[in-house]
Design a protein around this ligand. Structure first.
Ligand SMILES: Nc1nc2c(ncn2[C@@H]2O[C@H](COP(=O)(O)OP(=O)(O)OP(=O)(O)O)[C@@H](O)[C@H]2O)c(=O)[nH]1
Ligand SMILES: [Mg+2]
Length: 308
């Protein structure tokens, strides 16, 4: 667990050092806190992608507590921030809800290269390790290589893959996969989709059709639509979440590539605006490099305790 936390923490390096350095340099002196100090704090938090709405609320809260004489040090600020983040993101600490009867259909969506196929593969392994009967559907029919990539994960994990032909309508592959999952008594069907830019209307319409078709195959499905966001993408992640949620009602986020120098603060901004729980984080390319999101780890990683 410690090794995992270290990897997670180093993934959020940029966010952590920017915030903690600013907080300690702005508020370490014994001088009274001024409007300029609060402005600087605000700039640091917005610069770390925590979002305007969250930042404004947080800074107002700090100002009020200071004026009431309840806080007086940089460490007080970090402590409040940690508690605040843990309570804000606490809906993320529950397990992904699964259907009690029939297959749970999980649809993976996101922009190009965000980590959808890798996360699909990792999630498949995780569920299989938990004793679930898992199946993959390769609905990225744009690129032949994408179908192959998921098949490799299938071979690696011994999970069956339903794949269409290159160029086939992805909605029809998704439909067949849902029917097959039902017939084969599958517990979890993970549907991988093609990367699409959230600004391309045609591609977003296509995703809408995939969702509609899945609901036709199994009414009520997909049960979980997860947006896969590259942790290093920064504030663009919020734009992605906004646009994807219009085409496909989202149930949660997977934040990938936090083993790099990610700026994972964006999940706070997305959570603030769209109230989406963060379900999983990706910390590498291997099957085991996927972890449930832990709000306390996250809070501690971006607002570290002790020496700044
Ligand atoms: N370091 C690291 N690399 C990752 C992680 N997740 C995915 N990758 C890498 O990121 C690249 C893109 O991952 P894919 O899973 O193919 O992304 P995708 O969203 O399916 O891409 P498209 O289908 O092209 O839209 C690959 O080289 C992955 O190995 C992660 O958590 N950490
Ligand atoms: Mg892919």
């Amino acid at each position: 667990m410690k090794a995992f936390f270290e990897k997670f923490k180093s993934g959020l390096n940029i966010t952590r050092t920017t915030i903690s350095r600013s907080v300690s340099s702005i508020f370490s002196s014994n001088k009274p806190w001024t409007d300029d100090d609060y402005d600087e704090l605000e700039a640091a938090l917005i610069g770390s992608d925590l979002g305007i709405s969250y930042t404004t609320r947080f800074v107002d809260d700090i100002r009020q507590r200071y004026n009431e004489g309840k806080i007086s040090t940089a460490e007080d600020i970090l402590q409040i921030a940690r508690e605040d983040i843990i309570s804000l993101m606490s809906d993320s600490s529950t397990e992904l809800p699964l259907q009690t009867s029939g297959p749970t259909i999980i649809l993976m969506v996101g922009v190009n290269g965000s980590g959808k196929t890798t996360t699909t593969g990792k999630l498949g392994k995780k569920f299989q390790d938990e004793g679930k009967k898992v199946m993959f559907a390769a609905c990225d029919t744009f690129r032949a290589a994408a179908i192959e990539q998921l098949k490799v994960w299938g071979e690696r994990t011994n999970i069956p893959v339903i794949a269409g032909k290159h160029g086939q309508d992805p909605a029809s592959v998704a439909y067949d996969a849902c029917k097959s999952a039902e017939a084969r008594d599958i517990d979890i069907l993970l549907i991988d989709t093609a990367g699409r830019q959230h600004t391309k209307k045609g591609l977003m319409d296509e995703l809408e059709k995939v969702v509609r078709t899945i609901d036709k195959a199994l009414p009520g499905a997909p049960h979980q639509t997860l947006l896969v966001v590259d942790g290093s993408a920064g504030s663009n992640g919020l734009m992605q979440a906004r646009e994807f949620s219009k085409a496909a009602p989202l149930d949660g986020l997977c934040l990938t590539k936090l083993d790099g120098s990610g700026k994972g603060g964006i999940v706070v901004a997305i959570h603030e605006e769209l109230a989406l729980p963060v379900r999983y984080i990706g910390l590498g390319e291997s099957p085991e490099d996927l972890q449930p999101f832990d709000p306390s780890f996250f809070a501690e990683a971006i607002f570290p305790e002790g020496k700044l």
